[in-house]
Design a protein. Structure first.
Length: 608
């Protein structure tokens, strides 16, 4: 769920892992800690709160030693506190362990260990692992970790060190991302490559059920039965500059402003104007296999789920294929009907979302073909699906997703073109879509140039406690996404609805204190949403409208408007979402919120 960084080598380890940990602050966390071994002495320091609190406690006196682990925790078991922060240690003070994930059978394991005399000092599930490894430790930390993990149910990404083997670091993974960084006479372990880029770009991604043993001289990977596993070294293709703010006040604003280029990158080399189609070689599916698909299931969580809803509209309208959109968190628990003619498409920025990964595995187990639309190359979903589309949005550091959403919608439009041209979409229709996609990056830039207009709207509404977001057709999911962004970073309660559903309950909330945000470009349902705006104004509601440039009717009824360029209906969400991203951002800034690290949230949700 949060950050792990470990180091073994010749250098002093504590400054390196603490520096790496700071590069993972964007993931969201509530406590931090550090452990290192100097000869046979284990030093552990941890604190509830931000890394700055931990640093203040250390007061410049970093523990010495050439092997260390550090962690930022997002609470699952036990409140944020010094005692519950990681690393956790065993009874003898010889083992320190950091952990992402959830140990589902922690209760019975804890009871069994307590009966054997183990004393616990925290409320966490993680501490069970430290004591379990101690219980199995005789001659080898690697064997003790392997034996302990064979008793564990749940998910984990762990890094473990011991005073008994002070030049060794052991890591293991199941359901929570972990990778090895390869250096000269030194090796790293981390939950995210961003922690290591200052030192190496050569990485090995661990798969579920694998253990890595790292020393200054090398590394090896085994399964839980200590059988060797051959791994491929990957090279991270982005550099440190891409995870810096680059002069922007916040990562979120930087990433909003990067959308012209990120969408251009998603589309690059994939548009076929003459054929009116899209080139998607990564699907690993022939035309015959695609034609054999009689149903598509899109599964995702959060912002990616909103992108999936837009994909449903696209695919059904233009490819004429039945589509269902499933919350990944519900998908595998409701006995879904899947077979070899079902195409399951998993959408995830990180490629590590636990619920979405579980949905992929369920789909494949039931005989369906699984594709992924992901951003992070080498992520678990990317490795486990049969094929897919990388969106190539670049690293997204802000917890609230922005550029990944627009790139996911662009990728779904490419998938629609690919399937549509095999089915119901004519070459002339396809060419119109291809041309509109080619114009899209420049139109995004035009929309972003109107950011000052959005900032003025934000000044008028930064004090509100509730907001309603309404849209129809392709822009109903955009209303959901706009409401989510406001909730995530400004802590204002907001709800998104199909505009016509307003009459079935939410209209009771409307008064002059409740801003209503309409996503109302000039599309096929324009006249219908115009009627909804009139209904709100008749009840003295305050209307903010995102409209197509040149709009007169809705503009005259609105208290505030932000305009977007004209495009084809299915691409309006990529433009209409941008003012809503900016609105949430500027309101959060004016309210003094921590935009990049909103409370209680984590960037990559790797627990169920």
């Amino acid at each position: 769920m949060c950050g792990i960084v470990g180091y073994v080598g010749q250098r002093q380890a504590s400054p390196l892992v603490l520096e790496g940990l700071k590069r993972l602050e964007y993931r969201g966390y509530d406590s931090a800690g550090l452990a290192s071994v100097d000869d046979v002495r284990l030093s552990v320091e941890k604190a509830a709160g931000k890394i700055a609190v931990l640093e203040a406690r250390l007061n410049g006196r970093l523990p010495r030693g050439s092997v260390a682990v550090a962690h930022t925790r997002w609470a699952t078991h036990g409140v944020p506190s010094d005692a519950n922060a990681h690393p956790h240690t065993d009874c003898g003070g010889t083992i320190a362990l950091v952990h992402n994930g959830i140990i589902e059978n922690a209760g019975p394991l804890r009871q069994a260990l307590e009966r054997r005399g183990h004393k616990f000092r925290s409320d966490t599930d993680t501490e069970v692992l430290a004591h379990l490894i101690e219980q199995h430790y005789s001659a080898s930390l690697e064997l003790a970790v392997a034996a302990a993990l064979q008793q564990v149910e749940g998910t984990y990404g762990i890094a473990v060190l011991s005073t008994k083997e002070p030049a060794l670091l052991v890591a293991a993974r199941k359901g929570s991302p972990l990778l090895i960084g390869i250096g000269e006479g030194e090796h790293f372990v981390a939950s995210d490559a961003a922690a290591l880029l200052q030192h190496t770009r050569s990485v090995v991604y661990l798969d579920d059920g694998e253990i890595a043993v790292l020393s200054p001289d090398g590394y090896r990977v085994t399964d839980l039965h200590t059988e060797p596993v051959e791994k491929v070294i990957s090279v991270v293709d982005w550099d440190l500059a891409t995870v810096e703010r680059g002069g922007y006040e916040h990562f979120m604003l930087k990433e909003i402003m990067e959308q012209p280029e990120s969408v251009r990158t998603t589309l690059r080399g994939r548009l076929l104007e003459d054929a009116g189609g899209a080139r998607l070689g990564g699907l690993n599916l022939s035309d015959d296999e695609l034609l054999a698909v009689d149903r598509v299931v899109l599964t995702a969580c959060g912002t990616s789920w909103h992108a999936a809803l837009i994909g449903e509209y696209m695919l059904e309208e233009l490819a004429r294929i039945p589509v269902e959109v499933e919350y990944a968190s519900e998908f595998r628990y409701r006995n879904p009907i899947l077979d070899h003619r079902t195409l399951v498409v998993a959408i995830s920025q990180s490629g590590e979302t636990a619920d979405t990964l579980a949905a992929v595995r369920e789909a494949k187990q039931r005989g369906a073909r699984a594709l992924g639309i992901v951003n992070v190359v080498g992520s678990t979903i990317a490795r486990e699906v049969d094929g897919g589309v990388y969106i190539h949005a670049g690293p997204e550091i802000g917890v609230a997703s922005t550029k990944a959403f627009s790139c996911q919608v662009a990728a779904l439009s490419l998938l629609t073109l690919r399937l549509g041209r095999l089915r119901a979409l004519s070459v002339l229709q396809g060419r119109d879509i291809v041309r509109a996609l080619a114009r899209l990056p420049d139109q995004i830039a035009e929309t972003l140039a109107r950011a000052p207009d959005v900032e003025r709207v934000a000044q008028a509404f930064a004090h509100v406690h509730n907001a309603l977001y309404l849209g129809r057709g392709y822009n109903f999911p955009v209303a959901l996404e706009g409401a989510l962004k406001l909730k995530e970073i400004s802590y204002i309660h907001a709800e998104g609805y199909p505009a016509a559903e307003m009459k079935h309950g939410p209209i009771a909330l409307i008064d002059d204190n409740m801003p209503v945000v309409f996503v109302a470009p000039h599309d096929a349902v324009y006249q219908k949403i115009l009627s909804n705006v009139q209904e709100v104004k008749a009840r003295r509601g305050r209307v903010v409208a995102v409209v197509t440039e040149g709009d007169r009717e809705i503009a005259e009824l609105s208290d505030h408007i932000v305009t977007i360029p004209q495009t084809i209906d299915l691409l309006t969400p990529v433009l209409s979402v941008i003012p809503l991203q900016l609105l949430a951002y500027y309101i959060a800034v004016q309210r003094g919120c921590d935009v990049d690290k909103p409370r209680n949230l984590a960037k990559s949700v790797t627990v169920e």
